[in-house]
Design a protein around this ligand. Structure first.
Ligand code: PLP
Length: 787
């Protein structure tokens, strides 16, 4: 029987035994599940083989509170080389593959860039045959589903497990007990295969679900205390219930602390147990395990491993500390003060007293060391426990052998400024690992049209695993036929996006207009508000001068605001108000249009990045550690309009400043002006600026009586008790941003010059493959080999 027949038979079989009917009576969702189960029949045996091949070698482990995986089906079909067979079979059934693909819910177990980075790293490591395993939490509800009501963001639950998750396997035999001072819970692992391109290596993402040790109390039930009979079950399961539960109150803070310790403790137990099955002590633990802490969320792993070594295995303190430091490495993702994690000592003492004792010991060791080195003045800049708070970043630095930033400028800011004291103490620990993205998802999967063209020109598809190959395409940058075809492909992607937006947002956009796209989490430092002000200014200028000669432009924005972040939610409302004004104004005659896409996530992103003409990366210089959205646009041949911040700097280094649109303050400029900056000066004097800023307070728009627009206005002109006026320099950068937008419009008119810019960006995107990043982690931090 040929292979295709075999797959067909499996799909029929799964439809029958899972849904009780033939495939022709199954819904798309049901067919999707049957396809996944059929595929898993091939994946699982290969997966098991793959796990054995690293036996006895050092492996790396990525501890992360977030894994933003998105959909798996297309990726896995491509990587297992099943895609054309499945498409053929579905065609025979008269089923459109796209409907099956769209039936899969995104695995949205993360917020944004940090969680997506973890997903790209897993893909790259598996493709490069590196032993890297992900450890995290199996949230029952991922990042909330975003909707709008009257322009306001509404958050709904993301019930991604409603139909189960056929990609993961519950490994009940590997469950462990996690202990808190107020009781024990079970941690049950669910394993998901991470298939490398070509299917040679299949690694594992292991996510822990919390369960009660006794999930049902029959005595209470029979006493007719029904709530009490399931109280343990509910309490235990709450730990892995949702990603980033609201922690504005004490109960929420406790829950978050429990989440962190829960997955870290379970993962370390898992590793220690497996290690001791093969070796008779833990003295060589660091020779076989390298653990990367993705930001500070898993930092409790440091005192927890100390506790295991010194108390459970009675190992000497200094020897244990040596093992701990050699095992762990830490990635810093932000310098924003409010994002630096601290925990009140009180909570640790109540929930994790044994771990807290270890933190105290570590802190006094540190103080001894500082005294030895005669560092006595600025000791507060080091102390892990200070003012009744535990500073997780300091713990992460002291307890690891490697601390990396995520783009060169970010790493420089850490060593020269934010962590300079630590850098002076341990210069050898600090390094840079500029982020990357996987080209398998962000080009091959999301833009098959451009992918085919690239392969055709190169005469090989080896760029799929060696992205530097794209550099060979640079020679076509003046080839008219090549650029023509590039523009045709871009147009096709824009048509597809326009179609999707019409269907999902109910807005018709002109597919021949410039697609100007800003998609990312809503945050003041990312300056979506600056974009909004610039769009509104353009609108007023068109109103004043209806003959203003511009290429039609569609501004597409998208992103979620954290539920408790009122200003970010206010900015969404403001953008939606501007959108309604512009889209309903007949005078504008289609010159500009606006869309705020609903529920931006990985899958929506795949459609947006590939269809963009211009990439908005306009954060305040020094605030965006790296950014990875910027790289996804670049890889799809999209120039950046942006500041010299994060990886934008390296993008421009690779692709040339003349092929991008750089504007605004730089890091050093801000250092120079920050003490004397007066936004009013710009607000009052820059042509048109007052007019747009005042719409926050002059009744042009309604904030539904919430007062949030006035709050935004004050944040710019008055400041607040925690920050100075306009702390993100919108007023100062407005004019140079507007000029950069004008440069975009002029450049776009010359179609071949424009195509050349796009092409040059794409051809120089090789550096930004997460394959390059993972090679660096493997060689320079983890010291692991590939098979
Ligand atoms: C890449 C990505 C991000 C990160 O975007 P930035 O612009 O770097 O902040 C966030 N969310 C999703 C869904 C992504 O795919």
């Amino acid at each position: 029987m040929d292979y295709k027949e075999k797959i067909k038979e499996r799909i029929e079989g799964h439809c029958l035994i899972t849904f009780g009917k033939k495939s022709k009576y199954c819904s798309n969702k049901e067919k999707y599940i049957a396809v996944v189960k059929s595929l898993m029949e091939d994946i699982v045996p290969k997966w098991n083989d793959s796990l054995n091949k690293y036996d006895g070698k050092k492996k790396a482990y990525y501890f992360s509170a977030e894994f933003l995986m998105g959909r798996a089906l297309s990726n896995n079909l491509i990587n297992m080389n099943w895609q054309s067979d499945i498409r053929d079979i579905l065609k025979e059934y008269k089923i459109d593959y796209n409907n099956i693909e769209e039936s899969e819910d995104d695995a949205g177990l993360g917020n944004g860039g940090l969680g997506r980075l973890a997903a790209c790293f897993l893909d790259s490591a598996a493709t490069l045959n590196y032993p890297l395993m992900g450890y995290g939490l199996r949230y029952e509800y991922g990042i909330f589903k975003q909707k709008f009501a009257d322009g306001f963001q509404i958050e709904g639950p993301d019930n991604w497990l409603e139909f189960g998750d056929s990609w993961s396997i519950r490994k009940s035999m590997d469950k462990v007990v996690v202990s808190f001072a107020d009781g024990d819970v079970l941690a049950v692992p669910y394993d998901t295969p991470v298939i490398g391109y070509g299917g040679n290596t299949i690694n594992t993402l292991r996510l822990w679900k919390s369960e009660a040790i006794n999930s049902f109390n029959l005595e209470e039930f029979n006493r007719q205390n029904y709530d009490l009979s399931v109280k343990d079950k509910n309490d235990a399961e709450n730990i892995s219930k949702v990603l980033y539960p609201n922690d504005s109150k004490e109960e929420g803070k406790i829950l978050r602390l429990k989440q962190q310790y829960f997955f870290v403790s379970a993962s370390l137990q898992d590793l220690v147990k497996k290690h001791l099955e093969k070796y008779d002590s833990l003295e060589n633990f660091h020779q076989l395990h390298g653990i990367q802490l993705n930001d500070t969320h898993p930092t409790v792993a440091i005192p927890e491993l100390m506790r295991i070594l010194t108390e459970e295995y009675k190992m000497d303190w200094d020897k244990s500390w040596d093992i701990v430091v050699k095992t762990f490495a830490y990635t810093n993702h932000t310098i924003l003060q409010e994002a630096l994690e601290q925990w009140p000592v009180r909570l640790y003492k109540v929930i994790l007293p044994n771990v807290y004792r270890k933190i105290e010991e570590i802190n006094s060791k540190l103080i001894d060391e500082l005294e030895e080195k005669a560092i006595v003045d600025d000791i507060r800049d080091y102390k892990i426990i200070d003012d009744n708070n535990i500073k997780m970043a300091y713990l992460a630095i002291y307890g690891t052998h490697s601390i990396n930033g995520v783009a060169q400028v970010h790493s420089d800011i850490l060593t020269e400024r934010e962590l300079n004291n630590w850098y002076k103490l341990y210069p050898e620990r600090f390094n840079n690992k500029t982020n990357g993205i996987t080209q398998r998802r962000w080009l091959l999967k999301s833009n098959p049209e451009l992918s085919e063209f690239i392969t055709e020109l190169l005469g090989t598809d080896n760029w799929i695993t060696e992205l530097d190959e794209l550099k060979k395409l640079e020679k076509y940058k003046d080839d008219r036929d090549v650029l023509e075809r590039f523009l045709d492909i871009k147009q096709e992607k824009k048509n597809q996006l326009a179609e999707y937006i019409k269907e999902h947002e109910g807005i018709e956009i002109d597919p021949y207009s410039i697609f100007d796209i800003q998609i990312k989490r809503l945050h003041e430092y990312k300056r979506q508000l600056l974009n909004a002000l610039q769009i509104l200014d353009l609108y007023y200028r068109i109103k004043e001068n209806p003959n203003l000669d511009i290429v039609n432009k569609t501004f597409i924005l998208g992103g979620k605001a954290a539920p408790g972040y009122e200003r970010a939610k206010g900015i969404i409302k403001y953008i939606n108000e501007i959108k309604d004004l512009i889209n309903n104004d007949k005078d504008i005659n289609g010159k500009i249009k606006m869309v705020f896409v609903t529920n931006y996530g990985v899958s929506y992103g795949e459609k947006l990045f590939s269809a963009a003409d211009i990439s908005e990366q306009i954060s305040t210089a020094g605030k965006e550690a790296s950014g990875t959205g910027n790289m996804k646009f670049m890889l799809n041949g999209t120039p950046t309009i942006g500041t010299l911040d994060g990886a934008n700097i390296e993008i421009v280094e690779e692709a040339g400043e003349n092929n991008n649109f750089i504007f605004g303050l730089q890091v050093e400029d801000i250092e120079r002006i920050k003490n004397t900056y007066d936004p009013k000066k710009y607000y009052e004097n820059v042509d048109g600026l007052k007019r747009v800023v005042d719409t926050l307070v002059d009744g042009t728009f309604s904030d539904g009586g919430t007062g949030i627009f006035k709050e935004l206005y004050n944040s710019i002109l008055k400041g607040a008790n925690w920050h100075s006026p306009d702390q993100y320099y919108l007023m100062k950068d407005f004019d140079s941003y507007r000029k950069a937008q004008e440069r975009v419009n002029e450049a776009y008119i010359d179609r071949s010059a424009w195509a050349k810019k796009c092409w040059t960006n794409m051809a120089n995107a090789g550096k930004f493959s997460s394959d390059r990043t993972i090679e660096q982690y493997a060689k320079e931090i983890w010291d692991i080999e590939n098979c």
